[in-house]
Design a protein around this ligand. Structure first.
Ligand SMILES: O=C(CO)[C@H](O)[C@H](O)COP(=O)(O)O
Ligand SMILES: [Fe+2]
Length: 216
């Protein structure tokens, strides 16, 4: 069954605990946390104290998407705050293997994410070391943007590679512009986890929203 990771970027921050509990009750699999630094992406969102604050309010894994330059400098802080998965941009770190090893050494699952214009071949050398690959279907920085369907070819390629190579155990996650229509395209190409912000939190009935995305 396709996993659904609601992105709290689109939630009501004044009621964050209730928002998280509602999507957990509604069948979410991960809580996706978008961290932005105003440098790697042109927006600032939330950081370590928010991860620490939400860790006790849910039993779901916290899927922390770091949209920050030199993420290696913050791996320890996010690990200590309770991140379950830490995903770093290939474009943001010079020594990807070192950063991934650092994440593992803190007992956290490592993920690697690429922007829509980044070729998937660039991350082939790291695939055996990671638990998750995140394919961006928008340019990161904001919720509510339109889905870039061209990026889905990378999902297909990743699915093909892991069928050919037993050492590859990564999940394939898609993030950006996912809704009940685009979710079908992601699943058809082999995606396991779908991130959705606006399509879940901007709807009154979160259970229906999650089911519409999962069952499209
Ligand atoms: O990483 C992100 C933005 O950079 C978010 O996870 C993503 O945009 C989710 O929001 P939406 O579903 O509204 O597109
Ligand atoms: Fe994200």
């Amino acid at each position: 069954m396709t996993k659904i990771a609601p992105s709290i970027l689109a939630s009501d921050f004044a009621n964050l605990e209730a928002e998280i509990k509602e999507v957990e009750q509604a069948g979410a699999d991960y809580i996706h946390v978008d961290v932005m630094d105003g440098k790697f992406v042109p927006n600032i969102s939330i950081g370590v104290p928010v991860v620490e604050a939400i860790r006790p309010v849910t039993s779901l894994p916290l899927d922390v998407h770091l949209m920050i330059d030199e993420p290696e400098n913050y791996v320890e802080a996010f690990a200590n705050a309770g991140a379950s998965i830490i995903t770093v941009h290939q474009e943001a770190t010079s020594h990807l293997h070192r950063t991934v090893q650092l994440i593992k050494s803190k007992g956290v699952k490592p993920g690697v994410v690429i922007n829509p214009a980044t070729p998937v071949e660039l991350i082939k050398p790291i695939l055996r070391d990671i638990d998750l690959v995140l394919i961006m279907t928008v340019n990161p920085g904001f919720g509510g943007q339109d889905f870039i369907s061209e990026a889905l070819e990378k999902v297909k390629q990743l699915d093909t590679w892991r069928k050919e190579e037993s050492e590859y155990t990564y999940e394939i996650e898609v993030d950006g512009g996912v809704n009940q229509h685009t979710s079908l395209l992601c699943k058809q190409q082999g995606a396991d986890v779908l991130v959705a912000g606006s399509a879940i939190f901007k709807r009154e009935n979160r259970k229906e929203a999650i089911e519409d995305i999962r069952n499209s």
